[in-house]
Design a binder for this molecule. Structure first.
Ligand SMILES: [Zn+2]
Length: 677
C-alpha cells in the first residue's frame, strides 16, 4: 500500500505533502480500514486479543499517523488550499469514526474479549474497558433512528468547531494598525518596537505595524502610555470573531456557538446524560458535576479576599501614579505592570536578556537530564514544515532511543496562536520492534529581531517547560499500545499534571543557573534580580486565580445548565459567574467567549476546570521534590516510572497515589500561589 501522505517507515513527509493529495489519500486509507475491519470480523467467530484488538490498534495507529501531520500543518502553516483539503476530510473521518464506534458486531466481539479477563494483561484489560465505554458514548445502544441522528450531530459539531477556529484565525489576521507617529508608541520596549517595525517592513508600509497576534498585543496592553491606543487595540482584540468591534459581523462566531451548545446538549441527552457536563465527566477523573462545582467554588472562596485586596491596591496605586480613578479594562495590565515595577522594581523586560532561546532550550534539556536520566540531542537535516523548525531525539541512560520531537518556537502568519504539544506518532511495540513516539512542540514566541537572538520572557520560559512536560509524558511512555501510550487515553483533567509539574523548575535557582545567562555577557541572573523574581512571583496571584475560576465555572455551568427551551444566553450566565467570582468586570462590548477556542474548538468543553484540577495534582507532586530535594534522582525516577511511563494504562488516581503515597491535597497549590502560608 503506498500513500502520498503517509510514511510508515519513518517521519511524515512534510515537504512532500500537497493539499491535492490529502483528500484522496485519506479516503483510500479509510476505505482500506473499513475492508480490514470487515475481514477481521468475518475471519473468526471466536475473538481474542490477537485476532481482534491487536490488529485494530495497528489500524487506528495507521490512520492517526496519516492524519496527524495534516491536522498539524493546518495549525502551523495554513493556506486556503490546505484548509479546503483539511475541511473536506473532517466529515469523512468523523463518519468513519462513528461507523466503527457504532458497529454492533465489533462491540459484541469486544464483549467476548471482556469475558476473557484472566488471559489478558492489565493494559489490555484497560483498553477493552475504554473501548466498551467509548462504544456506549458513541451511541451503540441507540435505536437506528437515534444512531443516525447521533452521527449527524457529530459531523455537524466537527464542522462547526472547525469554522469557529477559522473565524478566529481570520479575525486575528484581519486587523492591523499602521502607526507613523512614533510618539504613539511611547513606553513600548525595544523588542516590541522592533517587532512592529519588522512587520511594517514585511507588509511594505512605512512606520510600524501592530497586529492582534499575542506578541504584538501584550506589550501594547502592558507598556503603551497612549491610553487611546490601548483602548483601540483592546477593543479589536476582545471583539474578534464577534458582532462587536471594528470588524463587527465579519467573522461572527455567535451563531456557531449557539449551534455548538445546542448540539452538544442534544447529543448528551441522546446518550442518556442530563447535560453535556455529565457527558464530559464520563471520561474524566472528577467523579460528578457537583464535585467539580464545589471544587471551583471552594477555591474561589479561598482566593477572593486576596483578589479583592489586590484590586484595591491596584486602584489606589493608579490614582497615586497619575491621578487615574476610572480604571478600565485596557488599563489594568498597564497599571499592574507599573505597580509590579514599583513594588518589586522588576519587569518582564528586565529578565529577558537572561533568557536567550537557545540557552533556555539546552538548559531545559539539562534539567530533565538531571531529573530523569535522559539525554536530548538535536538532529539536523530532518524534513519539516518550516525552516524555523528544529528536531531532537531523547535517549535514556542505556542510550536507548525513547522518542523524538519537532520544536516550532516562533509566531508567524497563518499559524494558530498559543502553545501546545501534540502527538505525531505514538509508541507501539511488539516482540519484534518498537515504534518510537514523536511529538510536536509548538509555541508563538517573539521571533529573533535583527541580529539579536530571540529573548524570552520568564512567562515564555514557563510555557516552554509546560509544553515540554506534555512532550515527556508522550515520549517517555513505556506502554506498548498506541491507544493508551503517552497522553493517549489519559483523562483530560489529569493530562496537565506533567506539564504544570515541570514549570516548577523555572522558579528554582539551582535549575535557572543551568541555563539563565545574559545573552551578551554570559553573566548568571544576579541574586538581587532573582530575589525580586521570587518576591514578585505571586504578584496578583489572587486575581489570576479568580480569573481562571471564572473561565472554568462559566464553561462548566454553560454546559451543565443549558436549556434548549430557555433563552440560551451565554452572556447572562457569564455575568452571573462574574458576580460570584470575578473582581474585574469587563466592558459590555467584550466578546471574550467568541474567541474561547479551548471550549468551542478544542477539547476543553466542560473541561476547562481541568487546569486547576491538575494544578492540585502537579503542585502536590512537586511538594515531594521540595521535601526530598528538587534534583533528587530517586524522586525523579519515581515520577518517571509511576507517572510519565504509564500513560493511560491506569486510572490517574492510582498513578498519583503510586507516586505520592496518598491522595492529592489542595494545600501545596494554595501555598505555591501565596494564598495560604
Ligand atoms: Zn498544557
Amino acid at each position: 500500500m503506498s500513500n502520498p501522505i503517509l510514511n510508515m517507515q519513518g517521519l511524515p513527509p512534510f515537504s512532500h505533502i500537497k493539499p491535492q493529495h490529502i483528500e484522496p489519500a485519506i479516503e483510500q486509507l479509510l476505505n482500506e480500514a473499513r475492508k480490514q475491519i470487515q475481514q477481521l470480523l468475518d475471519d473468526n467467530n471466536d475473538y481474542n486479543w490477537q485476532n481482534l484488538a491487536q490488529p485494530l490498534e495497528e489500524l487506528d495507529d495507521h490512520i492517526s499517523r496519516a492524519w496527524s501531520p495534516i491536522g498539524h500543518m493546518h495549525s502551523v502553516v495554513n493556506s486556503e488550499a490546505l484548509h479546503e483539503a483539511y475541511s473536506a476530510c473532517l466529515p469523512k473521518l468523523s463518519a468513519y469514526n462513528t461507523e466503527v464506534a457504532q458497529n454492533p458486531r465489533l462491540c459484541a466481539a469486544f464483549k467476548q474479549l471482556e469475558a476473557q479477563a484472566e488471559q489478558l494483561t492489565a493494559p489490555q484489560r484497560k483498553i477493552i474497558a475504554n473501548t466498551l465505554r467509548d462504544f456506549r458514548l458513541s451511541g451503540i445502544d441507540l435505536s437506528p433512528e437515534d444512531r443516525d441522528r447521533y452521527k449527524l450531530i457529530v459531523q455537524a459539531l466537527s464542522q462547526l468547531t472547525n469554522e469557529f477556529s477559522q473565524n478566529l484565525l481570520d479575525a486575528t489576521d484581519g486587523w492591523s494598525l499602521n502607526i507613523s507617529d512614533e510618539a504613539r508608541l511611547a513606553g513600548l520596549p525595544e523588542s516590541a518596537l522592533g517587532l512592529a517595525k519588522q512587520a511594517a517592513e514585511q507588509a511594505e508600509v512605512d512606520g510600524w505595524l501592530l497586529k492582534l497576534e499575542f506578541p504584538y498585543y501584550l506589550p501594547v496592553m502592558t507598556y503603551a502610555d497612549d491610553r487611546a491606543l490601548r483602548q483601540e487595540m483592546y477593543t479589536a482584540y476582545v471583539t474578534r470573531a464577534s458582532d462587536e468591534g471594528p470588524n463587527a459581523g465579519l467573522w461572527d462566531n455567535g451563531p456557531i456557538m449557539e449551534q455548538i451548545l445546542s448540539l452538544r446538549h442534544e447529543m448528551a441527552q441522546l446518550l442518556g446524560f442530563d447535560n453535556y457536563a455529565e457527558y464530559s465527566l464520563a471520561t474524566k477523573m472528577a467523579a460528578d458535576t457537583d464535585q467539580v462545582i464545589s471544587f471551583l467554588a471552594d477555591l474561589a472562596e479561598r482566593s477572593l479576599p486576596m483578589a479583592k485586596k489586590e484590586l484595591e491596591a491596584l486602584r489606589a496605586f493608579a490614582k497615586q501614579y497619575d491621578g487615574s480613578d476610572d480604571l478600565e479594562a485596557w488599563d489594568t495590565t498597564y497599571y499592574s505592570e507599573k505597580l509590579r515595577q514599583h513594588q518589586y522594581a522588576i519587569s518582564q523586560e528586565d529578565v529577558k536578556p537572561y533568557f536567550p532561546a537557545n540557552r533556555v532550550i539546552s538548559g531545559m534539556f539539562d534539567t530533565v537530564s538531571r531529573l530523569f536520566g535522559i539525554k536530548v540531542t538535536q538532529i539536523d537535516g530532518i524534513d519539516t514544515w518550516h525552516p524555523d523548525v528544529m528536531f531532537f531525539e531523547i535517549r535514556d541512560n542505556n542510550d536507548t532511543l525513547r522518542g523524538q520531537f519537532y520544536l516550532d518556537l516562533y509566531a508567524r502568519g497563518q499559524k494558530r496562536g498559543g502553545a501546545w504539544m501534540d502527538d505525531c506518532i505514538c509508541r507501539r511495540s511488539d516482540s519484534n520492534s518498537v515504534q518510537h513516539p514523536v511529538a510536536y512542540l509548538v509555541c508563538n514566541f517573539t521571533p529573533p529581531i535583527g541580529e539579536n537572538p530571540a529573548l524570552l520572557t520568564h512567562d515564555e520560559v514557563q510555557t516552554l517547560f509546560h509544553e515540554f512536560g506534555h512532550g515527556l509524558h508522550h515520549m517517555l511512555t513505556q506502554v506498548d499500545y498506541p491507544s493508551i501510550s503517552g497522553i493517549s487515553g489519559v483523562a483530560w483533567d489529569a493530562v496537565e499534571l506533567p506539564s504544570q509539574f515541570l514549570e516548577n523548575w523555572c522558579w528554582q535557582r539551582e535549575a535557572l543557573d543551568l541555563f539563565a545567562a545574559h545573552y551578551q555577557t554570559g553573566e548568571k541572573i544576579p541574586d538581587e534580580l532573582f530575589n525580586k523574581m521570587i518576591a514578585a512571583k505571586n504578584f496578583q496571584s489572587g486575581m489570576q486565580m479568580v480569573r481562571q475560576l471564572e473561565f472554568s465555572l462559566f464553561d462548566f455551568r454553560m454546559h451543565k445548565e443549558y436549556d434548549p427551551e430557555g433563552e440560551a444566553n451565554i452572556y447572562s450566565l457569564l455575568d452571573e459567574v462574574r458576580q460570584q467570582v470575578a473582581v474585574i468586570k469587563p466592558p459590555s462590548f467584550n466578546r471574550f467567549p467568541h474567541s474561547f477556542g479551548h471550549i468551542f474548538a478544542g477539547g476543553y468543553a466542560a473541561g476547562y476546570y481541568s487546569y486547576k484540577w491538575a494544578e492540585v495534582l502537579s503542585s502536590d507532586a512537586f511538594s515531594l521534590f521540595e521535601e526530598n530535594g528538587i534534583f533528587d534522582p530517586e524522586t525523579g525516577e519515581r515520577f518517571l516510572s509511576a507517572i510519565l511511563e504509564q500513560g493511560g494504562s491506569k486510572e490517574p488516581m492510582e498513578l498519583f497515589i503510586a507516586f505520592r503515597g496518598r491522595e492529592p491535597s489542595i494545600d501545596a497549590l494554595l501555598r505555591h500561589s501565596g494564598i495560604s502560608a
